[in-house]
Ligand binder design. Sequence first.
Ligand code: MRU
Length: 348
Amino acid sequence: MLPTIDWTGETVVMIDQRKLPASEVYVTCRTAQDVAKAIKTMVIRGAPAIGVAAAMGLALGMRRSKASGTKQFATEFQKLCELMAATRPTAVNLFWAIDRMKQAFAEEAQRGASVAEISDRLMRESHAIHDEDVQSCRTMGAHGATLVPDTARILTHCNAGALATAGYGTALGVIRAAAEQGKRVAVLADETRPFLQGARLTAWELVKDGIDTTVITDNMAGTMMRLGDVDLVVVGADRIAANGDVANKIGTYSVAVLAREHGIPFYVAAPWSTIDLATRDGDAIPIEERTPREVTHVGNTQLAPEGARVRNPSFDVTPHKYITAIITERGVYRAPFSESLANAGPRN
Ligand code: MRU
């Protein structure tokens, strides 16, 4: 399994996803501030992975605390929660993980635990969030693999793999599970401008796994579908609203519309921590706008002239009407999503 993020005991270590696949280097975070910076600058990215990183960052920060009493400890914890929450706005897994850490803190404080005991609990909670994420991906993969026929040619967008989670992946988890069942699958990976998660990260993971992988530029997806070279699409998600609208990497919406036009099933795979029943629909999902430099440059090479205005929304919303099914660790959900998701029980 790929080492997306891990504890060494006193530090949190992450593979630097900005550098892949050219170099496999690791970033060591010694403080909560280091972790927050790593999330913001995309050392680590992908909705579930961001949540795991935030939880570990909080545990790390509180372990470093010099607070003498629980009151001061609680004030410091609140500040670090705010720091983590300000890193990236779209993936709800970040806020889900912070809430879960707050809940763990509150439970310990309520029973009169000491600073050391609360700190230990936060550490354990962050480990649990990590381990549960891997388990969710595996279970989701097993559910999703039932939807993948033998010899399927599968298009995916962005990276919803081991690198985007604590391990195994969501969309790539479905593909991995199908391959592990002996199904002969082939993947078309959209390169995913501007950050190139598809070309750099998805292709890297799949090639390492020995899964047949073809990289295409994003504007080739329609032609591949028209040529009959795509049997299904599976993507991840950053936030799924109560009505089933899905925020995911910019370009997902175009793929979904193309899939509908060509009668190709469009699946979304995500853990339950990505489902945000408190957000009514996709219009209410905050969409991150990232630096223009991601669009004007590739590495240090400038593509667009100075003076041109640039837009760089990092995510888009795919209306639920384009989604064939949402695959989670709890099972496969179909329209009407406002009913099927609501009836699946409360958020963990
Ligand atoms: O900007 P990123 O790389 O964090 O965006 C990632 C995506 O959009 C993924 O598809 C999504 O987080 C699902 S990851 C399992």
